[in-house]
Design a protein around this ligand. Structure first.
Ligand code: FAD
Length: 266
């Protein structure tokens, strides 16, 4: 497989940096081709603004989705964004790696998504009618490709379980897994999460590294999280409500959008 790893940590000598090396080495040992986008090292610009659309008339009102769609169609996006598009379209698998900061990804990685997931590529794709609501959630440009997260947390695993104070990790990661990766079509694999890392020592590292190597060995085979597909009957269109007969009666929240008994483990 061809694998793109997008790395969002400011320090190469960090635990995340060490885990990245483990992942890349194991993928290469398995015969995969790997490319890394190292956002801090590359000085990635994290905010979308006018500079993203060099052909926008001076003084014209910036409407980001419209400008993104026009620039993507015309091939006038900036070189850094186009380089990421080339890597994304090259890759059979996408890995986003980051420390959990304030319950989510570091701003630089969110900015990578905001700038790189362009209108016409990752959203605004496909027919909108009473039968379909765009190519998304199970369809889209990246359908048939795989994606997963590698995440480290300061909090303990118990803090992120069903009754933990932080809320379940699968709920916290739902906006990324479902809203960013599944949306443009990726099959999203269960995340690789390392908990309670701030007092990690060398002795703790090797078992985690081995668990990560094992996940890298199964990148092409592990079953994805069974999210429901949008255009195949589970949802009413255009309200996009899950049909009332599906899901547990009275159930609410993210787990409703899983097709099956439960979400794959972390
Ligand atoms: P580092 O700080 O680089 O390393 C962690 C430990 O691993 C160190 O003790 C280091 O010595 C050790 N280590 C062991 N082996 C190695 C090796 N081979 N190489 C390098 N280091 C090694 N946590 C939460 O749970 N929820 C949050 O919402 C949250 N929000 C945060 C917000 C901010 C702004 C910040 C700064 C932290 C937050 N945290 C949160 C904690 C954060 O998730 C952790 O600090 C982070 O995951 C640690 O990863 P790191 O790569 O930076 O680790």
């Amino acid at each position: 497989m061809k694998v793109l790893l997008v790395f969002a940590h400011p320090e190469p000598r960090s635990l995340n940096g060490a885990l990245r090396e483990v992942a890349v080495r194991e993928l290469e040992a398995q015969g995969h081709q790997v490319r890394v986008s190292d956002l801090y090292a590359d000085g990635w610009k994290s905010q979308v603004d006018r500079d993203d659309f060099p052909t926008l008339e001076p003084g014209a009102r910036l409407q980001v989705a419209a400008a993104s769609g026009q620039a993507y169609a015309a091939g006038t996006l900036t070189g850094d964004v186009e380089a990421e598009h080339e890597k994304l379209l090259w890759a059979d698998a996408l890995i986003l790696q980051f420390p959990l900061w304030w319950y989510t990804m570091p701003a630089i990685l969110k900015g990578w998504v905001d700038r790189v997931f362009s209108y016409g590529l990752a959203y605004g794709v496909g027919e909108h009618s009473d039968k379909r609501w765009g190519d998304r959630f199970g369809e889209g440009v990246f359908a048939g490709r795989r994606a997963m997260l590698i995440v480290t947390t300061g909090g303990w695993e118990e803090h992120y379980d069903a009754r933990g104070i932080n809320g379940p990790i699968d709920d916290l990661l739902f906006p990324i897994n479902h809203g960013i990766l599944y949306y443009p079509g990726y099959d999203v694999l269960p995340p690789f999460v390392v908990y309670r890392v701030d007092r990690f020592d060398d002795a703790g590292f090797e078992p985690v590294a081995e668990r990560l190597r094992e996940r890298m060995r199964t990148l092409s085979t592990i079953p994805p999280i069974p999210y429901r597909r949008q255009n195949f009957g589970d949802y009413l269109i255009p309200s996009m409500q899950l049909r009332p007969e599906l899901g547990d009666p009275g159930a609410t929240g993210f787990a409703l959008h899983l097709d099956g008994a439960g979400q794959a483990g972390s």
